[in-house]
Ligand binder design. Sequence first.
Ligand SMILES: Nc1ccn([C@@H]2O[C@H](COP(=O)(O)OP(=O)(O)OP(=O)(O)O)[C@@H](O)[C@H]2O)c(=O)n1
Ligand SMILES: C[C@](O)(CO)[C@H](O)COP(=O)(O)O
Length: 212
Amino acid sequence: MKIALILAAGGQGRRFGRNKQLFLHKNKPLFIHTIEKFQKQKIGQLIIAAGEAKKFQRLLEKYKIKGAAVVAGGVERCDSIRHGLAALRGDITHVFIHDGARPNVTDSLVARLKKALRKHAAVIPVIPVADTIKVVKNNKILATPRRAELFAAQTPQCFRKDIILKAYAKINPQNCTDDAMLVEKLGLPVYTVPGEADNIKITTREDLKYIV
Ligand SMILES: Nc1ccn([C@@H]2O[C@H](COP(=O)(O)OP(=O)(O)OP(=O)(O)O)[C@@H](O)[C@H]2O)c(=O)n1
Ligand SMILES: C[C@](O)(CO)[C@H](O)COP(=O)(O)O
């Protein structure tokens, strides 16, 4: 298994109030914290999709992260991922797509994903939702799906390379809020492993206190 990690770091951080990937937490940019969580992993290719490519490149040098390619971020997350996929090397067999804004990813989660990937071609981490979820339109509840069947999707989302390339080539990503959705729309099975409650996405400044 030769893994490429595509780090989605091309967002604008509107809810955070600035480009959160570059925000210094404990004197280090958020996206560097996230990349460093993968340092014990065997990653064959690291691709970062980011808006300010030169700035990101300089920071990668400063924090001695070698061999990373920075590609342009896109208007939507899926556009950033598409740019990342276009930069994949021929020898890569599997792709991990991870939010730069999820700095609490752990080695044990990655190990679970890798194990599942040996059996399945598409695997993502999920956690059960704690609340009762309502489908609402015009302030009126349309449905209350069975909570036991509801899970929140996390990243890294992991795929055999041919499948994720096919999904991004064939499926219109409009309204797709994660990568797994494109594979689902292709009609292919996506399997899950237990995610981790700490593996949150830093969305607003209040979330910074949850970085471990
Ligand atoms: N055009 C985009 C939009 C998002 N992302 C990345 O996707 C992840 C999840 O997105 P989100 O938390 O929504 O980040 P932002 O888009 O930066 O936040 P906001 O929606 O508040 O602007 C982040 O790591 C973000 O950098 C990306 O690579 N390219
Ligand atoms: C991909 C993702 O992290 C799965 O939970 C999430 O959907 C991305 O968040 P966004 O706010 O929709 O960019």
